[in-house]
Write a protein that binds this ligand. Structure first.
Ligand SMILES: NC(=O)c1ccc[n+]([C@@H]2O[C@H](COP(=O)([O-])OP(=O)(O)OC[C@H]3O[C@@H](n4cnc5c(N)ncnc54)[C@H](O)[C@@H]3O)[C@@H](O)[C@H]2O)c1
Length: 529
């Protein structure tokens, strides 16, 4: 069975995708990456980077012919919905309608829709809320999410398109965006781990129902086939937890020492809400099983490790290309060509018409050949050296290093190159190089430091500095990623400051993107034996 998941690169959607794939379903993801991340995306899914409002969505249905649609893509920020109600309605209502129309036209059997129990009931008349509670949203987001429930009802009545509507409580867990406006657990966790001030809006006595994301994903699994095809289910723990309780529990787990600050309460937010999931238990066999303390501890663990290691977003085009490549070689080459074209942007347009067209084509061929090599590397070290040579050659750098990191961010493996001469991994030589500052600001004392993400572009870093031995250099560095974590760092250096161009950076990001696609197999921190 094939399932199309919208928002599958987002927080909850990506967990749903993982669970579906784990259960053997074929998954297609549509996500515009407005708040989602490539690093969340399961590599076994086919990915289309597309806005659900785009008429091209139809093509995805034509190509993929999904049996079921799971709809997670949304503008899901309550405060943004209050500030920009037209945008909220455009994405959440018109975008959903575009999707539901495609589902109808292409004989989709069922739509599983993520609605919100936290926002459709408004200020509850009784607690815990069940599904029969009056619908009285007090924010635009609640109204737009609920509107889609009406459309689903109508499409079921008129066209037989089945639905399972899941009304979520406050979902929390790994991959929630700690930098956003929504998701108090992620925000507090991020701030506590960084030692920053934590701000509680209002007195903190407002109550919410917190459910761990894995439980929520489980409901999406059950909702595929259980129920009668016209079911609305609250997901909830049945228990209200105050924001102050969340603060103190996280404070204990993270050993945060400061007191919280308080800001005025936010417009459009409910004072107390929690949901009963008795109907979900009865009809689809779901209940929330993860205790709050356990879920919060797992969330903190996640933010302590992988989240801090993924501060840089890679170019989205790399994954899109994989999805379009479709497996045949001719196709892949076209796709890679497009990838390089897209990520080099304007710089490429100039180079296509200019004298370095051949160099561009050569680079493209090399990246293409290298992407094949990465699938099944005969020898990791040789592959790393080839990666380095390719990167150096592409941008005309004089020296560089590629480092593979272990779980503790220590250097596990690597390759070095000076002025065209390549060396295998020699720990001493690598340490010496780092001492001399080649990649010292990315990797300190053999351990990868947090990569400071100061560039507007946010995909790369460039820095010039006076090295110990007196001459200025410019250095560019990009993370090599596999799934949720940084597995390595590719750094190139040139002896002249400001030597690297936009195009160089774009090519390097492209190369890193290819590693991202294949990296899990190519770069391994297991001892090679
Ligand atoms: N997080 C919660 O506690 C919660 C509570 C109630 C309901 N929900 C619902 O769950 C769903 C997922 O929320 P989340 O917390 O994972 O948020 P999220 O922002 O992480 O996920 C939303 C995903 O949709 C994508 N997206 C946004 N607009 C899009 C568009 N126009 N076209 C294509 N993709 C688009 C984003 O890039 C992102 O990957 C949403 O529908 C939200 O309304 C979440």
């Amino acid at each position: 069975m094939k399932i199309l998941v919208t928002g599958g690169a987002g927080f909850i959607g990506s967990h749903v995708v993982d669970l579906y794939i784990e259960h053997g379903y074929e998954v297609v993801v549509v996500d515009d990456l407005s708040t989602g991340r490539l690093s969340n995306l399961n590599l076994a899914a086919t990915f289309y980077q597309l806005d659900i409002r785009n008429p091209q969505l139809e093509e995805v249905f034509v190509n993929e012919r999904p049996d079921i649609v799971n709809h997670h893509a949304a503008q899901m920020d309550v405060r943004r919905s209050v500030a920009e109600p037209l945008f909220d309605a455009d994405v959440n209502i018109l975008g959903s309608l575009n999707l539901i129309e495609c589902a109808r036209r292409h004989q989709v059997k069922r739509v599983v829709y993520s609605s919100t129990g936290g926002a459709v009931y408004g200020e509850p008349e009784y607690l815990p809320c069940d599904e029969a509670h009056p619908i009285n949203p007090i924010c635009q987001y609640g109204a737009s999410k609920h509107t889609v429930e009406h459309y689903l009802f109508m499409y079921q009545q008129n066209y037989g398109l089945e639905y399972s509507i899941l009304r979520y409580p406050n979902v929390y867990g790994p991959r929630q965006d700690p930098y956003g406006e929504a998701g108090v657990v992620a925000i507090f966790t991020g701030q506590m781990l960084a030692g920053e001030e934590v701000v509680i809006n209002g007195d903190g006595e407002q109550q919410r129902d917190f459910v761990y994301v894995a439980d929520c994903a489980q409901a999406n699994l059950l909702a595929l086939t259980s129920g009668d095809g016209s079911g609305i289910y609250n997901l909830g723990s049945g228990r209200g937890t105050t924001i102050n309780e969340i603060f103190t529990t996280l404070q204990t787990i993270t050993r945060y020492e400061k007191d919280p600050m308080h800001a005025p309460p936010k417009l459009g937010e409910t004072r107390r809400i929690y949901l009963t999931a008795e109907k979900a238990q009865r009809e689809i066999g779901w209940s929330a099983t993860t205790a709050l303390e356990k879920g919060l501890a797992q969330t903190v663990d996640y933010f302590r490790t992988s989240e801090r290691l993924t501060p840089v977003r890679l170019t989205p085009t790399s994954i899109q290309v994989e999805a379009r490549a479709g497996g045949t070689d001719g196709h892949s080459q076209d796709a890679l060509s497009q990838l390089v074209g897209e990520s080099t942007g304007k710089a490429t347009e100039t180079s296509r018409g200019g004298s370095d067209t051949n160099q561009f084509t050569d680079t493209l061929d090399q990246i293409y050949a290298f992407s094949h090599e990465l699938v099944n590397p005969p020898d990791q070290n040789a592959t790393l050296q080839r990666l380095l040579e390719l990167a150096l050659g592409s941008v005309g750098a004089v020296s560089g290093s590629v480092l593979v990191l272990d779980e503790d961010r220590r250097i596990h493996d690597g390759a070095l190159m000076y002025s065209g001469q390549s060396d295998g991994y020699d720990p001493q030589q690598l340490e010496d190089t780092l001492d001399r500052g080649l990649a010292g600001w990315v990797v300190e004392h053999g351990q990868a430091a947090l990569i400071p993400n100061t560039c507007e572009d946010s995909r790369w870093l460039q820095r010039s500095w006076e090295a110990d031995y007196g001459s200025s250099r410019s250095v560019i560095s990009v993370p090599l990623m596999a799934r949720d974590r940084v597995v390595g760092v590719l750094t190139l250096a040139h002896s002249e400051p400001g030597r690297f161009t936009e195009k160089d950076l774009a090519l390097l990001v492209t190369i890193a993107g290819v590693v991202y696609l294949k990296g899990e197999k190519a770069i391994s921190v297991q001892p090679s034996g």
